[in-house]
Design a protein around this ligand. Structure first.
Ligand code: NAD
Length: 489
């Protein structure tokens, strides 16, 4: 273990300074496993938010002029810090977000991958010289930074989901204001700001405001400075933000990464052991609190009964409890609201008479794995994003029905198909209405240089690699008329 640890993580980070918020309210940041207080943060007011946006606007004017090598060098320094502070970062994820050591290490790795990709981004921005009919005219399309980007992130992968917007935004010459979720103010923002400050990012390019949604929520989107709001969270809030972005004084872009209800489709020729283990990992990693979690496990009729038996046997061995224990697979849910939603969903499944194949006593925020078989796809239970370690198992008569059931959801983020026939897997994958489909692997996947994003109510916009370059920059068409034109009047 390293003994590095940042201080002042109970402040706002505005214009390069660590300051107390002025809302007159405080947030008590607690460990969801043992309820200990991690820190107490004086929340940001609308005036603090305004200060952050104005600082970002000022800082971006010079940041956009820095050369690509200077920006790449920043991320090289960030990479060294992320490596040196690995234990500290993972420790915060375990304590603040209830992440198991396994999940926290995966999340640290996802952030690190994002830093490495960001090293390449500044030099990947390309414009175009275009042909044009008008004689004596030159035509160019420049790609320019958008300006200031507002980032709103959730609590489930707070470090990675804030950082996957922050890093490319900065790499591409933008400035950023981040509002982390109330449950994860440190890992969703303040810790990232410390890392970038230590790496020498100029003041104002990255700002973090921790505030109450009732105070600064709508103001965050309605503020005239941000040109794009990069939102990751629920579909309900995402639609609200899209409305504000369209309805405020200043129209702005939105990137929306929203809820999911990923199907894991197990076809009749699947490798059953692989499918069982993959479905369990996809469903139960981080207690099912992942937008890409395998939320509906749809299994071919001929394999169904065996699949259910093996799935139950495999999952019943999972260790629950302290997320800091390396053996733990199921740790605490993030808060009592999420735990109560899980309790309601489990009660609804029981009331509906689904076959409860695995359950256990709920203690504090720890919900042990629950498995229900014989669940109809059109039930409210299967249609809900569980966000808890609760697995609905659905039977499909044949391939056509499996595809139909997989698509019968309002969401379209990720999905998975299991078959020994790769050609069949590709054909089925292409018929699934989702942004992402993985053949013979889990639905939970994010690679910093591969496309990420959803369809339907799972959102609009794309992350990572070349896709984030186009999301976080804008095209500017510039022509030069070199010889005088004869105008018709
Ligand atoms: P949430 O929508 O309740 O909150 C997300 C963020 O929005 C938080 O920071 C919250 O404070 C903020 N917020 C809420 N109301 C706001 C308002 N009026 N104005 C501005 N900000 C506001 O979601 P959550 O419970 O934190 O996260 C879980 C949801 O996120 C799930 O639905 C999950 O599927 C989704 N998610 C999606 C992805 C993805 O990449 N598609 C990734 C992770 C999580």
């Amino acid at each position: 273990m390293t003994d590095l640890h940042y201080t002042d993580l109970d402040r706002q980070f505005i214009d390069g300074r660590w300051v107390h918020g002025n809302a007159g309210e405080t947030l008590t940041n607690r460990n969801p496993f043992d309820d200990t207080v991690l820190n107490t943060i004086a929340l940001a007011s609308v005036a603090d938010l305004d200060g952050a946006y104005l600082a970002a606007e000022r800082a971006q004017r010079s940041w956009r002029l820095t050369g690509p090598s200077e920006r790449a060098a920043l991320f090289l320094r960030v990479l060294a810090i992320v490596d040196a502070r690995k234990d500290e970062i993972i420790g915060w994820l375990v304590r603040e977000s209830g992440s198991t050591l396994l999940k926290a290490t995966i999340e640290w790795g996802a952030m690190r991958g994002g830093v490495m990709e960001a090293i390449t981004l500044p030099s990947r921005v390309e414009g175009k010289i275009m042909p044009i009919d008008q004689a004596g005219k030159q035509s160019f399309v420049f790609r320019e930074p958008l300006g200031v980007i507002g980032v709103i992130s959730p609590w489930n992968f707070p470090l990675h989901l804030s950082h996957r917007s922050i890093a490319p935004a900065i790499a591409l010459g933008n400035a950023v204001v981040v509002k982390p979720a109330e449950d994860t103010p440190v890992t969703g923002g303040l810790l990232i700001a410390k890392i970038y400050e230590e790496a020498g990012l100029p003041a104002g390019v990255l700002n973090v405001v921790v505030g109450d949604v009732a105070e600064i929520g709508d103001a965050f989107t309605l503020h005239p400075v941000p040109k794009l709001i990069s939102f990751t969270g629920s579909t309900r809030v995402g639609k609200h933000i899209a409305g504000l972005a369209a309805g405020g004084k200043q129209l702005k872009h939105v990137g929306l990464e929203l809820g999911g209800n990923a199907p894991i489709v197990v076809l009749d020729d699947a490798d059953l052991d692989l499918a069982v283990r993959a479905a369990a990992f996809a469903r139960f990693l981080h207690n099912g609190q992942i937008c890409m979690s395998g939320n509906r496990i749809i299994v071919a009729d001929s394999l169904y009964d065996t699949f259910v038996d093996r799935f139950v046997a495999h999952v019943s061995g999972f260790t629950t409890g302290d997320p800091a224990n390396p053996a733990t697979i199921i740790g605490p849910l993030i808060n009592s609201k999420q735990r109560d939603a899980a309790i309601r969903n489990i009660a609804a499944a029981r009331d509906a008479g689904f076959s409860e194949r695995l359950s256990g006593d709920i203690e504090g925020l720890i919900v042990p794995p629950h498995i229900f078989a014989g669940v109809p796809n059109d039930s409210a239970f299967a249609q809900a994003e569980q966000f808890a370690p609760v697995a609905p198992l659905i039977r499909a008569r044949n391939e056509e029905e499996a595809i139909r059931l997989a698509n019968a959801t309002e969401f379209g983020l990720s999905s998975a198909v299991f078959t020994r026939d790769v050609g069949r897997g590709m054909r089925v994958a292409r018929r699934i209405e989702a942004g992402m489909t993985h053949v013979n692997d889990i639905s939970v996947q994010d690679s910093p240089f591969n496309m990420f994003g959803g369809e339907k109510n799972s959102g609009v916009g794309r992350f990572n690699g070349e896709w984030i370059v186009s999301e976080f920059t804008t095209d500017h068409w510039i022509t030069v008329q070199e010889t005088p034109r004869a105008y018709p009047f």
